[in-house]
Design a protein around this ligand. Structure first.
Ligand SMILES: NC(=O)C1=CN([C@@H]2O[C@H](COP(=O)(O)OP(=O)(O)OC[C@H]3O[C@@H](n4cnc5c(N)ncnc54)[C@H](O)[C@@H]3O)[C@@H](O)[C@H]2O)C=CC1
Ligand SMILES: O=C(O)[C@@H]1CCC=N1
Length: 281
């Protein structure tokens, strides 16, 4: 299966790392980038061909022309223009997969040739280490085989959920943006350790491994049904102990409400961006 990755930034780069680690051959991937310098850097980093030409539309068309699956990894406001650019170069059976927030299936289908299969996705960057989460919304022209093919590719680097388009903003608020919430938490746990006198490298290591360990426990217990997040939290809290005091601080500082507000803000922003993009097309 030939894969094109148009726009090799943070998200498509994370997906590509996941693909290569899961056994996709670098020979089966062609990517594009905006500048020759970034193309060289990305080609060296991933060991795949990265095209960048004077005219980036030409690089995108060349990469798309041979592909069975084409990942669109540019910013949301560039997706429709990219679809228009590659429209006539795509093979009719090639599946276009957008990773962009806010750009709905209709906008992409309208910019591509009638009948071109399109899948809207919302991935997250932990796909790079095989622990991602992806929401997939297959468009009207996508066959079950084509969905399975894309699910197979992404499923080798994370959990894939096929969802309705109406659910994608909520999913974005949890799993698309969510890695940043965990990184934010780790950042401030480590900063507090430094304030308490720890070496910065030690504090960062403690925070990173704690988030990793808690995440792994959470997933294992979630899959087995043994315990949910609240039960695992309670198991760390000894009565009148250190953690109970710490959680009391999180609660009194409004962290539960802040997390709910953060997830909703991400989802609301996605919807707002969709409305803005619809006005532009
Ligand atoms: N960063 C993340 O964690 C996530 C990002 N996304 C989505 O991924 C998309 C990309 O976001 P990031 O990777 O964060 O941005 P980014 O800025 O890191 O990557 C975009 C890349 O596309 C390149 N590019 C721009 N126009 C191009 C063109 N015409 N031809 C070829 N390359 C072009 C840019 O040079 C850049 O390398 C967005 O639509 C975003 O909504 C979705 C889920 C998570
Ligand atoms: O911040 C953003 O808009 C993108 C979508 C989800 C994660 N990053």
């Amino acid at each position: 299966m030939r894969i094109a990755m148009l726009g090799l930034g943070s998200m498509n780069g994370a997906i590509l790392s996941g693909f290569l680690a899961s056994g996709v051959s670098a020979d089966d991937v062609v990517a594009t980038s905006r500048s020759a310098a970034s193309a060289r850097a990305r080609a060296a980093e991933h060991g795949v061909t990265v095209l960048a030409e004077e005219d980036d539309a030409e690089a995108n068309r060349r990469a798309a022309a041979e592909a069975d699956v084409v990942f669109l990894g540019v910013k949301p406001h560039g997706i429709v223009a990219l679809c228009t650019e590659i429209r006539d170069a795509l093979r009719p059976e090639a599946v276009v997969v957008s990773v962009a927030a806010a750009v709905d299936l209709q906008m992409m289908q309208d910019a591509l040739r009638a009948g071109q299969p399109v899948i809207r996705s919302m991935p997250n960057t932990p796909l790079s280490v095989g622990l991602g989460v992806v929401g997939l919304v297959p468009g009207a022209h996508v066959t079950a085989d084509q969905t399975d093919r894309v699910k197979g590719l992404l499923g080798a680097c994370g959990a894939v959920h096929v969802i309705d388009e109406a659910q994608i903003d909520a999913l974005t608020g949890i799993s698309g943006s969510g890695p940043a919430y965990a990184f934010h938490l780790a950042e401030h746990m480590a900063a507090a350790g430094v304030e308490l006198g720890l070496d910065p490298a030690l504090a960062a290591d403690l925070a990173a491994r704690t988030v990793q360990g808690a995440g792994t426990m959470l997933v294992e217990n979630h899959i087995s049904g043994a315990a949910d997040a609240a039960a695992l939290r309670r198991a760390v809290c000894s009565p009148n102990g250190t953690t109970e005091r710490a959680i009391g601080q999180l609660d009194s500082h409004g962290v539960p409400e802040a997390v709910v507000a953060a997830v909703k803000a991400s989802a609301d922003r996605a919807a707002e961006m969709t409305a803005q993009l619809r006005e532009q097309v």
